[in-house]
Design a protein around this ligand. Sequence first.
Ligand code: ATP
Length: 428
Amino acid sequence: MIIGIDDTDSNEGMCTTYLGALLLDELQAYGTVETRPLLIRLNPTIPYKTRGNAAVAMKLKTDCPEKVIAHVVSRIEEFARIECEKTNPGAVFIPEKAYEKLKPVLRNFLEKAVKEVIEIEEAKSLISESGVPSKGFKNGRGLIGALAACGAMLNLEEWDHTFEYLAYRQKEKWGTPRKIEKESFFEADRNTYPDTWDTVDLKNRLVVCVPHSADPVLFGIRGKNPAVVTKAVSLIRAEPIERFAIYRTNQGTDMHLISAESIAEIRDMHSYTLEGTVSAVPETIHGGHVIFPIQDGDGNEIDCAAFEPTKNFRLLIRKLRPGDRIVVSGSVNSRTFNIEKIEIKKLAPLYREENPVCPTCGKHMKSSGQNQGFRCKKCGTQATSKILCETNRNLTEGLYEVPPCARRHLAKPLVREQKSDIEIHPAR
Ligand code: ATP
């Protein structure tokens, strides 16, 4: 049986991955857990999300499915923050005999849940048409994520993946400040980067894998395989944990990005890669956000933004100039493209005016007065106007990204990038 769960937390606490880790341990009483559990990130622009729009799936070999369903439902009832308006839990239970039939259907559903916006009714009709057991609470919106996570489990070979080791706090500590030895996270990073990433942000001197909210997560270490995240964790010194789980995940894979041919096809609440030309000098607006427009071949424009939380990434963005050819990746909301990554494909030459150079003496001429041209002081040679000289852009072509402290869960970090035809500048 595949079990998908979503939407159990609120801003005040809980986390669906914690419920997943708890169930993984408890469900051993009813069968055997097959394969690693999944932590699937869905469309990052969805307004109903609490934090990272995550859903969870696990696979269990069992001969008492009714007991499993009853147990999962009772744990959701106990742990989910039902009182919160935004919390609408959902759980789906796919019996083994339905795997083959649902595999392609749920593959498409997963793709749509990561890239598009889905109505609750679509999830509910899929459930009723396929006849799979499910349980929705309140408006049942969590059924969307639960189905998508099941789709990921049925189609493991279809999507790129990474791993995350999630350590959970002892229950009595939830909501209190986390006790961690900061330096041990930097040590873990030094010993395992680039096979792990986003543990710390070196430039901003931050530990980024420890949340600040009231949820049960103590830290989450992301990396390319279970062994390396476990090695990183062995170097971390922090308060004792209640339990942990290593999830296979679509984090750090760019699965949310749609390749856009033109600006006309861009819609809010979707994420894209888009090629265009910078059409005005970037401006820093109130709050420290840096905004500039890009234009496509049809002459359409859209604003791109490096928001204040992207910190030092804004220094790079401020160096862009009209005519630069770029490819941006990121999410669109309120007709603004929130940049996660940028490829600078071709820098436009930039010129500044200088006094002309004397062809005989090789020295810059001096102005002879307003509108009277220029004259060489030494030999008297004259010229009428200034000349244009190409300036150093102080920027190189290549791929750049926001720092770890501003990374979106789904954004593929540049340390994972395999491209060899382009200069890659991973942020550390
Ligand atoms: P949690 O830890 O509970 O998973 P979260 O930050 O991941 O917290 P949720 O509380 O799960 O956010 O809220 C997201 C809600 O949006 C869920 O009900 C989920 O089913 C729904 N959802 C996810 N993706 C989409 C989508 N593409 N279209 C519409 N609804 C979606």
